[in-house]
Design a protein around this ligand. Structure first.
Ligand SMILES: [Zn+2]
Length: 337
């Protein structure tokens, strides 16, 4: 069995509904524009886009939907991660598929984009059940949760005809499928949700609600900000180390190539004599993958997209890279009626 999780302090995660893509410290656009690891793509020239199997980019009706091949073998399942191209929302000089209600966009355009996206998915007859995301560990089970939209950061269902949806623009979107019980879940994991173990809790909730066995579950971890682009304050190391035994694996210092010992500053003593702690890079994908393994999923059933939202703003949206003039992606999953 899993160890009993340490109780969190409630105030840690009861945060207002503000974007947490950057944490509280690092300014928008600062990240990764100046500090990059050798080998990382240059910030201005976008790196070549490569969709690696088993992921694939399905072009349908002018839209491009990222799919995971192993999920396509279930004829009763519909899933897809939206991308930027297509759509009718005017953003600077282009039209984009913005699927979240942003200040720069109109409600009508967003609703029309959502219709286009559902049509391209072949899910026009599904009821879309987006959440009012609050960077929490709240999991909503549909159809019991009827408020529209419902506050929370994960949803689950075994009811056909509902299209679960998670909005992101750097945070980690995760889809879970139980092929045996025919149940699904969609999870939003930014740093707060990750720290609050929303992933593990969603697995637990599927077990409780649907009788899902973690070893049967398949996880699709969609495009999110990559570790090379997600620079956070050093205090994040403490936050995560206090919760996760393998937290050191999630972090790396921004490197110039001269430091032989990553996280060396952790050992500096005595207090009062250290230089100010340097920022670090956080690998949210690794943290979430590790959580799913700890929850009992098999490594071979967890698929992680290596697409970085901040590196590929030609295909995706990135709050870090684009600031308020960014759109929102939707990760969706549902059971065919
Ligand atoms: Zn990147």
């Amino acid at each position: 069995m899993r160890p009993i999780l340490p109780r969190r302090r409630s105030r840690d995660f009861s945060v207002p509904a503000v974007p947490d893509y950057t944490g509280l410290i690092v300014a928008i656009r600062k990240t990764s524009l100046t500090k990059r690891r050798p080998g990382q793509p240059t910030p201005r020239g976008l790196p070549a886009l490569r969709i690696a199997a088993p992921w694939r980019l399905q072009k349908t009706r002018g839209l491009e939907i990222l799919e995971l091949a192993p999920l396509l073998k279930f004829p009763w399942l519909v899933h897809g991660f939206s991308t930027r191209p297509g759509g009718i929302s005017p953003l600077e000089s282009e039209k984009v598929l913005n699927l979240g209600f942003m200040e720069w966009d109109t409600r009508e355009d967003v609703l029309e984009n959502r219709r286009l996206f559902q049509a391209a998915l072949g899910a026009s007859d599904f009821e879309l059940t987006p959440l009012k995301q609050i960077h929490s560990d709240l999991i909503r089970v549909f159809p019991q949760s009827t408020a529209n939209p419902c506050k929370g950061d994960a949803s689950a269902t075994n009811r056909p005809g509902l299209l679960l949806a998670i909005q992101t623009a750097d945070c980690v979107p995760i889809l879970l499928v139980d092929p045996k019980k025919r149940a699904v879940a969609a999870i939003h994991a930014g740093w707060r949700g990750t720290l609050a173990r929303i992933n593990q809790k969603a697995v637990g909730r599927m077990q409780f609600e649907f009788g899902s066995k973690p070893a049967d579950l398949i996880a699709a971890i969609g495009p999110s900000i990559g570790p090379g682009c997600y620079e956070v304050a050093a205090e994040f190391v403490t936050k995560f180390t206090a919760q996760f035994v393998d937290a050191a694996d999630y972090f790396d210092e921004p490197r110039s190539g001269e430091e032989p010992n990553p996280l060396q500053w952790l050992n500096m003593k005595p207090p009062g004599h250290q230089p100010p702690p340097r920022n670090v890079h956080l690998d949210l994908r690794k943290a979430n993958r590790s959580q799913l393994v700890a929850a009992g999923l098999l490594g071979k059933n967890i698929y992680v997209s290596d697409l970085c939202t901040a590196c590929h703003t030609n295909l995706l949206f990135s709050h870090r890279r684009e600031g308020p003039l960014s759109g929102r992606l939707l990760a969706t999953i549902g059971i065919r009626p």
